[in-house]
Design a protein around this ligand. Structure first.
Ligand SMILES: [Fe+2]
Length: 600
């Protein structure tokens, strides 16, 4: 049975294809449309999933949509009758019409008959889709499941349990109470208005002292048995209404906080204002309060399910700082989060939910890596470089193809060790928000100046943003405290105090790092590259940041080359093809790790 999962008319629209219970392809629309967090309908993502699988749309048995407009209708009606929010009614009504019309939109998009698609369409509620996205691809046969996000189908938090191929939802927390909304409101207040900016606040938090914890605690009341409620006087999403757009293009959400928040914390920051100590302290305090609330929920889920294993999903499961503390602050001993824990992942969850519901077959798949997008073979890369000959010449770059992959990777490791910044484009594109070594910009983690160089010369982004390490899984304990392997870069752990000066470029201001473990099995070429770097430097890790510049991660060789040429990267490696700028002679070579203290 073939199931195509879709996330549509929400943020981060996406598609995932499941054949006979195994994932074959999963991609986000933003990569094709080149619009971050792209909303609307995932036309291109659907086409790409089918192309990767070598299937026609007519082969698809079920189209599983990760929304259910009929879910919790009486609750919605009751809420609207009581509160009569103004602008949201129009936005929500338009959105629901779009969801209901989806069989027609799918049919038009893939060239099938509308009635045929309608009979094969299944609407899977948003939160069960989140839960399924982790539960049905985790290595655990039995586990607790929990999803925490902004909202979807009137729910912001849900939990329950998975046993084999059966998913039970035990409890939900409904609109308007939401930890995702809490984080969003403070993110907006701190002057980060774009959809998905919450991770910037998470990166800013370690710079501040949490002096506003008491004030921010007053925004959310923790209740019995894992529940919580927002103090709605600080929020506007439920009353005066919020302008939201889920149409084609970048999603937007209007302000969700009221003037009372400014009375509590002082004036909100304008996006063009510098970030002062007060705003850093508020970011730190928000992270503290968010963690308290999330652990309050998760600790209850652990006790209620009597499970030590957790499958976690939802936009709030992208808070990697909180994720790294789950095992320390709750009874959970093992945590599984798949790389697209946000709304992109609901396409995956809807597909597996529908597959299990339809077949009642046992589970036969574990997501052990994040490489589910398209790849490009060598002659396709060569053709792109041929067409771009003039641009390569004008950029004063040279081009070369290597026949020996091991020799190339050893050379690349040497270039990184010499301080050069490498665009690394290999194999299938990553699923989820993180570059995991196939569409990555790589650099030397030992260089204290590397974070500023990449932030200001390559990525053109805020200086406070941290960079993450990719570390050989075998060396994890040598560099991090209390960490467990995570191939998806979704957990933050302390860097061992004695190693912080060794790898300053990936050590955040609070001594932490958001690590990705790399195993030989899950990504042999990337593992070999890091191993070669270790052979030169004694350090078994690379600085890894997504291959992009204020845009979605690059998808095709064309975008990788374009990003390389317009930024200050030194080397581009695509397959076995290299494009290289002249070496920067003034950079100081750095020796082995044992000698690093002298050059920092
Ligand atoms: Fe969600």
């Amino acid at each position: 049975m073939i199931v195509l999962g879709l996330n549509a008319y929400h943020g981060d629209v996406s598609a995932a294809l499941v054949c006979d219970g195994r994932l074959v392809a999963a991609v986000e629309e933003e990569r094709f449309r080149r619009i971050k967090h792209c909303a609307g309908f995932p036309h291109r993502a659907i086409a790409e999933c089918l192309r990767i699988a070598g299937l026609d749309a007519a082969d698809v048995d079920l189209f599983a949509v990760s929304r259910d407009p009929r879910a919790h209708l009486w609750r919605k009606a009751l809420f609207l009758a009581r509160h009569r929010p103004s602008q949201t009614i129009g936005d929500r009504a338009r959105n629901i019409v779009g969801i209901k019309a989806l069989p027609g939109t799918i049919a038009e998009s893939v060239g099938l008959d509308r009635d045929a698609v309608r009979s094969r369409t299944r609407f899977i509620e948003h939160h069960p889709s989140h839960l399924a996205s982790a539960a049905f691809v985790s290595p655990f046969d039995q586990a607790a499941v929990c999803a925490i996000d902004g909202f979807g189908d009137f729910t912001s938090t849900s939990w329950g349990r998975v046993a084999g191929s059966t998913l039970h939802v035990d409890h939900r927390i409904f609109f308007p109470h939401s930890l995702g909304l809490l984080y969003l409101a403070l993110t907006q207040y701190l002057g980060f208005p774009k959809y998905g900016d919450e991770f910037k606040v998470m990166g800013l938090a370690p710079y501040g002292e949490p002096q506003y914890v008491q004030e921010i605690r007053s925004l959310v009341r923790l209740g019995r048995e894992g529940t919580f409620e927002l103090d709605l006087s600080y929020f506007s999403h439920w009353s005066t209404g919020v302008q939201m757009t889920w149409d084609d293009g970048e999603p937007t959400i209007g302000p969700v906080f009221t003037p009372k928040l400014e009375q509590l914390l002082g004036p909100a920051r304008r996006p063009d204002e510098p970030i002062d100590a007060r705003r850093e302290a508020i970011a730190a305090s928000l992270q503290v309060v968010f963690e308290e609330a999330a652990m309050h929920v998760l600790d209850h889920v652990c006790k209620a399910t009597r499970s030590t294993r957790l499958c976690f999903a939802g936009g709030c499961a992208m808070n990697s700082v909180a994720n790294g503390k789950i095992r320390e602050r709750t009874g959970f001993q093992e945590v599984y989060i798949q790389p697209a824990a946000g709304d992109n992942g609901t396409a995956l969850g809807a597909a597996f939910h529908a597959w299990h519901h339809a077949t009642r077959r046992p589970r036969d798949f574990v997501m052990e890596h994040g490489y589910w997008g398209p790849d490009f073979i060598d002659w396709e890369i060569a053709a792109v470089l041929d067409r771009a000959r003039q641009a390569i010449d004008q950029g004063e770059c040279t081009r070369r193809a290597w026949s020996d992959t091991a020799a190339l990777d050893a050379w690349v490791a040497g270039q990184i060790a010499a301080g050069r910044i490498v665009g690394w484009f290999q194999g299938r594109m990553e699923w989820g928000a993180r570059a995991l070594g196939n569409r990555s910009i790589l650099a030397d983690p030992r260089r204290a100046d590397m974070r500023d160089i990449i932030n200001t010369r390559i990525k053109f982004r805020e200086r406070f943003r941290p960079f993450a390490p990719s570390i050989l899984v075998e060396a994890l304990g040598d560099y991090f405290v209390g960490a467990v392997p995570d191939p998806f870069m979704l957990q933050v752990y302390p860097v061992r105090p004695d190693k912080r000066a060794v790898v300053p470029a990936i050590t955040h201001v609070d001594g932490s790092g958001r690590l990705q473990t790399v195993s030989r099995r899950s990504n042999p070429r990337y593992w070999n590259l890091i191993k070669a770097f270790e052979g030169i430097t004694g350090v078994p890790m690379l600085l890894n940041t997504s291959f992009n510049e204020n845009e979605p991660i690059v998808l095709r060789p064309e975008e990788a080359l374009d990003c390389f040429l317009r930024t200050h990267m030194d080397v581009l490696v695509m397959g076995n093809h290299v494009v290289e700028r002249a070496p920067v002679a003034e950079r100081t070579p750095v020796g082995r790790a044992t000698t690093q203290a002298s050059v920092m």
